[in-house]
Ligand binder design. Structure first.
Ligand SMILES: [Zn+2]
Length: 112
């Protein structure tokens, strides 16, 4: 078959044209209608496993162009939420360490 956009000869199984990136509409599903699963998974994971959510969201955002832009805003939201979660976790750990350290100092001062 040939690309409907640029006329390049394509592999019959090609989902997008390697020449111009336009979806071929293969498998009866137009590429624009395909769900960007990684973006959705990344968004959900962002709330529970922020590091995994961040990775999935970044890949999902990179792949969004293959899906005709589907999931790009969702992936961007997933990245933002993941980073926010990671920052909160890091700050919490620092706070806990600081409190524990203060507690140790207080404990030591009792013995002094
Ligand atoms: Zn093309």
């Amino acid at each position: 078959m040939y690309c409907s956009n640029c006329g390049k000869e394509l592999n019959d199984n090609a989902v997008i044209c390697p020449g111009c990136g336009v979806p071929t509409g293969k498998n009866g599903i137009p590429a624009q209608e395909k769900m960007n699963v990684l973006a959705i998974v990344g968004f959900v994971l962002a709330f529970f496993i922020p590091v995994a959510g961040l990775i999935c969201s970044i890949i999902g955002k990179n792949k969004a162009d293959e899906y005709g832009g589907n999931g790009k805003s969702l992936a961007t939201a997933g990245i933002a939420i993941s980073i926010a979660e990671i920052v909160i976790i890091v700050l919490s750990v620092i706070l806990i360490i600081a409190l524990a350290f203060t507690g140790v100092l207080a404990g030591l001062s009792m013995w002094a």
